[in-house]
Design a protein around this ligand. Sequence first.
Ligand code: PSU
Ligand code: MN
Length: 312
Amino acid sequence: MVSGPAFVVSALVAEALADGCGVVALESTILAHGLPRGDNRRVADEIEDAVRAGGAVPATVAVLDGLVRIGLSPDELDRLCLQDDVLKLSSRDLGVAVALGRTGATTVASTAALAHRAGIRVFATGGLGGVHRGAAETFDISADLGVLATTPVLVVCAGVKSILDVPATLERLETLSVPVLGYRTDQFPGFYLTDSGSTVPWRVESAAEAAAVAYARSFLGTDSAGVVLANPLPEARQVDPVLHDRLVASGLAELAREGVSGKDVTPRLLEFFHESSGGESLRANVELVLSNAALAAEVAVELAALHSGRRA
Ligand code: PSU
Ligand code: MN
């Protein structure tokens, strides 16, 4: 674990890591840019509570006034969720934000990089970034994939954002040697939908099995890349597929009209969904993040036990 002038690990998180307890890193872009004001602060607490209920310690990650923070206080979560000028920081932006003293939320890419630097092995999010539709023309492929290809963290997600080209994203993950595990499913989840229509190469039945995969990779030395653990919403809790397809089509059309591109695509589209779905997209988004946080906590506890010799 490192600590330095620009890298602050909270006392609770540092103690948990030193004691070999389960720790779950949490990204903050979903809070600052993925959920509406008015809901995000409450959901931030609910996500952390879900991790605690699973017996692990939450470590929400952000950059505040040029300091990387691993584990945020309630006041720091307030700033992140309620302040106006919070940037969206991917991994390429971290050095700049630290050097210039800026404040920003971290994406999957930057959270994974910082979690690994802090010695945290498990990470929960909603949906990964990936290959956008039309990427052959726009080259829009999330940096999330590149960082997962080089960072040994296990990420629990409900698949990738539903606006993406899912088969192309799974192809990229294969090329990058990132294993994708379905949690009690053979189907890759579709974020708001239980099933994206694509299959996963591997299936695990428990958090212990997922932890065993990450552990085996570390002693085999094949852990230069991360692991994706894909956790679907139960079918009864998914967004109605007809509503979903309508939202995605009208959202993409609206973005094209507005000329939105680059890092603004995801936040704007999520905002459009939340405004246009009568609360359905928000409900599903919150439920899947909480479910991922709970599963990540179980995996973190199991993996910590394996690494500290408490499980054979
Ligand atoms: N999925 C969500 N909400 C989000 C994101 C993903 O449901 O807010 C965020 C994550 O932080 C992810 C980022 O890392 O979007 C990817 O952005 P981009 O496609 O610009 O790389
Ligand atoms: Mn992008």
